[in-house]
Design a protein around this ligand. Structure first.
Ligand code: AMP
Ligand code: GLY
Length: 453
């Protein structure tokens, strides 16, 4: 392994690129398109998606990887996976960390993923799928509230409504199915029983192919459990966002809970991936509700989580590039996982106004003392270089401006939660941009969404 391409431009992809670049076996990480963080990262180089050498009909990412001589690909987001980017990489002869098209539909269609959960007895909430509006209204009427209304397709986190009342549920059906708020993604609806509990994210490495199964090598290995904080404001209040911060590991996820998760969710999922003959070599993200009846699966994502990646990867006490290699070559079963002691905490700083309209192009400054805070790292999400320099050999870090709603995560890893928490927030205080906003309670008691209406 020498050159790795990372597809994507968010905080998750900056974290992946940083971890890959830490490996002595990786010469260079090509980030397409990357962001201001990867532009400044050692051994990383950003390449824009539009290149004159890409031929019509060719997958542009695979074409760039071939042109650059990459020998491994790691895919960040779900959209290209749902479109079959992993198939394009493998067809171009480049091993790819990310499921092929068929497996990626587990995230792209809620109906299909619920069918998969039912078929393989994965612990989850009961649900029904509807393509007719009236039948959906009738079901809600007979079922009662609370109840959860979900658009079938990918809706960038905007396709789920947890309805506290029957009236809210009717309104959500209209909004998703009829008004077209989430486009074609809402033509089909999944209506699911409401689950009460606390939510966790379990990211995992997956290495499943029919060939590995024959050799008894297909496997899913879970990482440390993590928690996202989706509400904008302290105390889990305010509107939903793409994630305001993350923490790992979780004291409320006991070894018993993990055992139950493995038995009732992970193992049936592995059985299902095998039985469906998927070529699934990549990551899976189990969105899980811990209920009084044990863990229940809310959803599969076919990728790493954002911002969970920004805390889980810094806890890895092994070579991330080696692990990616083991996923694609069928040796994950023998891979030695080891985790750092302690905790990682990462609050996220967002643009003023987010998740509604916000300004872009605002200059970001970082005080020099940021470098003095131990075991911390800023992961950039929505920020780009202020001037895209043609001089790639320039040794000074290029200043950045904001380019998105979620701008960056200030991550710290330490032996104790208190130290990780204090250092992450000390780091955040060294970062400045007009309108900057962040939660002050990531990882603290009362910060997690409780799943109680
Ligand atoms: P999903 O995209 O399916 O994970 O749903 C988005 C969010 O809606 C989840 O992270 C939960 O906070 C909430 N949610 C989804 N399904 C349920 C459910 N059955 N009961 C309670 N909350 C849910
Ligand atoms: N943190 C939630 C997600 O990545 O979907």
């Amino acid at each position: 392994m020498s050159k790795v391409i990372v597809v994507g431009s968010g905080g998750r992809e900056h974290t992946i690129a940083w971890r890959l670049a830490l490996s002595s076996k990786v010469e260079e990480v090509i980030c397409v398109p990357g962001n201001g963080g990867t532009a400044n990262e050692k051994k990383c180089r950003n390449i824009p998606l539009a290149q004159s050498y890409i031929k019509d009909g060719e997958n542009p990412y695979a074409a760039i990887a071939k042109h650059e001589g990459c020998d491994l690909a790691v895919i960040g987001p779900e959209d290209p996976l749902a479109e079959g980017i992993a198939d394009a990489f493998w067809n171009a002869g480049i091993p790819c960390v990310g499921p092929k098209h068929d497996g990626a539909q587990l995230e792209a269609s809620k109906d299909l993923s619920k069918e998969f959960m039912a078929k393989y007895s994965v612990a989850c909430a009961a649900s029904k799928t509807f393509t007719e509006e009236q039948a959906a209204h009738d079901y809600v009427e007979s079922h009662g509230a609370p109840i959860v209304i979900k658009a079938d397709g990918l809706a960038a986190g905007k396709g789920v409504v947890v309805a506290a009342t029957v009236a809210d549920a009717h309104a959500a059906i209209k909004d998703i199915m009829v008004s077209g708020r989430v486009g074609d993604a809402g033509k089909k609806l999944v209506i699911e029983d409401y689950l009460e509990g606390v939510e966790i994210s379990i990211l995992a490495a997956v290495s499943v192919t029919p060939e590995y199964t024959k050799e008894n090598k297909s496997i899913i290995v879970p990482f440390l459990p993590a928690r996202d904080h989706k509400r904008l404001c302290d105390g889990a209040k305010g509107p939903n966002t793409g994630g305001m911060g993350a923490v790992t590991p979780l004291d409320d996820v006991t070894p018993q809970v993990m055992e139950q998760f493995n038995k009732t969710i992970l193992e049936p999922t592995l059985k299902g991936l095998i039985a469906e003959n998927f070529d699934y070599r990549g990551f899976i993200f189990f969105g899980v509700m811990i209920t009084k009846n044990g863990p229940k699966l809310l959803e599969y994502n076919v990728r790493l989580g954002d911002p969970e990646t920004q805390v889980v990867l810094p806890m890895m006490d092994f070579d991330f590039a080696d692990m990616c290699q083991s996923i694609v070559d069928g040796t994950l079963k023998d891979f030695k996982f080891a985790w750092k002691k302690g905790y990682a905490v990462a609050p996220v700083a967002v643009s003023g106004g987010y998740p509604n309209a916000y300004k872009k192009g605002i200059k970001i400054t970082i005080d020099a003392k940021a470098n003095e805070i131990k075991n911390t790292k800023i992961f950039i999400a929505g920020a780009i270089e202020a001037r895209r320099s043609a001089d790639k050999t320039a040794s000074i870090a290029h200043p950045m401006v904001t380019s998105g709603g979620r701008v960056l995560a200030a991550c710290s890893q330490a032996d104790s939660f208190d130290e990780a928490w204090s250092n992450a927030y000390a780091l955040m205080k060294t970062i400045h941009f007009d309108g900057m906003f962040y939660r002050k309670d990531i990882g603290l008691p009362g910060a997690a969404e409780s799943g109680k209406l």
